[in-house]
Design a protein around this ligand. Sequence first.
Ligand code: SF4
Ligand code: SF4
Length: 363
Amino acid sequence: MQFTEKAKKTIDACRFCWMCRHICPIGNANGMERCTSRARALGLSMVVRDITTIDAAIENVYECSLCGACTKECKTGWDPVLFTTEAKLEAAMAGAMPEYIMTLLENVEKFGNVFGKSECCTKLGEKIATLPKTEDVLLFVGKNALYQTCCQVKAAIDLFEKAGVNFTVLADEPSSGWDLFFLAGGAEETRQTMKACAAALNGFKKVVALDPNDARMFLRQYKEWGIGLTSPVVTFTSFVADLIAEGKIAPKKSASVYTFQDPASLARDLEETEPARKILAACGETLEMLEHGKDTNIAGNLIMAQYMPETIAKVAARRWQEAIRVGAKTVVTANPDDHAALKATQPEGMELASIQEVVLANL
Ligand code: SF4
Ligand code: SF4
């Protein structure tokens, strides 16, 4: 069995107190009790006791976005995300992966991304090809943005060019391992993908990760697993906030009213909440949604949208409702997962912009 003693203890530590119930974005969206970490712990407790096999619990495991909201709330102080990721490895080793997950894994193997795409949009591909080769700054765009929100990658490139950053984007950018980590947990394939990515990144003076999920991999998982990434990595939001602080770009404050959709990886895993707010403060007024900062709720998940799109659409719709409730006119995103889901559900009269688009609009 693949569960570590720590994961088994975490499963058994659940007091079924329900303090994590109200916070789960998936459980809240589809109204299903089984989607909370409490229910998942109950199901997996039977797996670790050999009362049932992983086959019976695995669909439920893939209903978790790994957003960590329950980890923050869990009164035991343990991390329910831990047993969820270990359950995926257990299923992989037992040959019990659901068919829809196998399809995504096959896409990663064949195309290098879960979406089964072999090329990004032509305009972006042409733009990347014109960038000078340099070892100064690498803008690491990530598979999700490259294939699902290419306009946001283009906006990030435009912003760096306006700021005079000496940077490049890899035409054959490898995966950070986030997709495999999400799908198969700590499998050997995940580790090998991370090692290959580290080898491609080492040598750059700085790596700026556009997608917080990639940043989370580089700054947390690589360290935890001893993957030799030697180039310093920063998040896109912290890098842009520094560009403003250093006067390399000077957005003018407008009358726009924004609300920031904190990415879970950024706010919770990396504990970064202020740089995006500093950027927005330079561009206009900011109103906060009830669940913001470390208490954020996700608006989307691009991998889950491949196999449970209706639930992800409901997750995004709840965030729009919250933005409307606080009186914001524009929801600002800093990751492709939230951006894609919010775009697909955008209500009439509301605006959506990535943080790089906000800065560009106010220069
Ligand atoms: S990690 Fe997020 S999606 Fe998963 S059970 Fe916890 S709150 Fe729900
Ligand atoms: S908050 Fe923690 S202990 Fe309470 S039900 Fe949720 S996972 Fe179990």
